[in-house]
Design a protein around this ligand. Structure first.
Ligand code: G3H
Length: 240
């Protein structure tokens, strides 16, 4: 497994959010490319305690890439602090939510990127205004990736909140400045072919891979395997 996520892969990688080491092992064994540490009981970007993230990294032992959520800091100083705390756990990538106001603060963004060099991914929410200049600003500040997720977790999925043109504009803008892009937001396995057409770096899942589609329930290894198989099937579709 390469240590780096490519910004323009032929096929998207599969990100699965996990809440503990047991789920991390299960997700990697079932086919997750990127095991993402997150507390689903604490909203869209709930951070786990650093000790739990260390346990997840230890469980994975290089079988997959790892990422961890550093939360949703509201202002510049807290941003770098949250990022630094998660970067110290040894994860491959740190994900942090950026409000529209924070996205317009170049110094705070650069300080955050310095706290996790070559490892920081911005999370933008589909409910907020997405500005065409966001990816280039993030790349200039030193971020390596940007993803869109949904904040509300109210049953609406990413395709309900962001139309094809806006999803495509986002992934294209990321590729143009060398950022890894991610798409997530209450996705289901059946969304994979549609969203893969935008050529994102990865597709992110939690609820859609849990029993009953409830993100606070346990991950279902059969659903993770089905998502991994759906991504592999894209290669056959594209070759046909
Ligand atoms: O980072 C990706 C996610 O954890 C998405 O969660 P969700 O599928 O429950 O919206």
């Amino acid at each position: 497994m390469s240590k780096l996520l490519p910004s323009a892969p032929a096929l998207p990688r599969l990100l699965v959010s996990v809440r503990d080491a047991a789920e991390a092992g299960l997700a990697a064994a079932a086919g997750a490319d990127l095991v993402d540490a997150k507390d689903p009981a604490r909203g869209a970007l709930g951070a786990l305690a650093p000790e739990m993230v260390r346990a997840i990294v230890a469980e994975i032992r290089g079988r997959a890439l790892t990422s961890a959520v550093a939360g949703e800091p509201g202002e510049g100083e807290a941003l770098a602090r949250c990022v630094a705390a998660m970067a110290g756990t040894g994860v491959d990538y740190v994900k942090v939510a950026l409000t529209p106001a924070l996205r317009a603060e170049p110094e705070a963004l650069a300080a955050a990127a310095r706290a996790a060099p070559q490892r920081l991914i911005a999370v933008l929410f589909a409910e907020d205004a997405l500005r065409p200049e966001d990816p280039a600003r993030l790349a200039a500040a030193g971020f390596v990736g940007a993803m869109i997720d949904t904040a509300g977790k109210d049953g609406r999925r990413l395709p309900d909140l962001l139309d094809v043109a806006r999803r495509d504009a986002f992934t294209q803008a990321c590729r143009a400045c060398g950022l890894v892009s991610g798409l997530a937001g209450s996705l289901r396995v059946e969304d994979i072919p549609l969203l893969a057409d935008h050529r994102p770096g990865y597709l992110g899942f939690r609820g859609g891979l849990c029993a009953g589609n409830r993100r606070t329930d346990a991950l279902d290894p059969a659903r993770i395997a089905a998502a991994a198989a759906a991504i592999r099937a894209l290669a056959r579709r594209d070759a046909a």
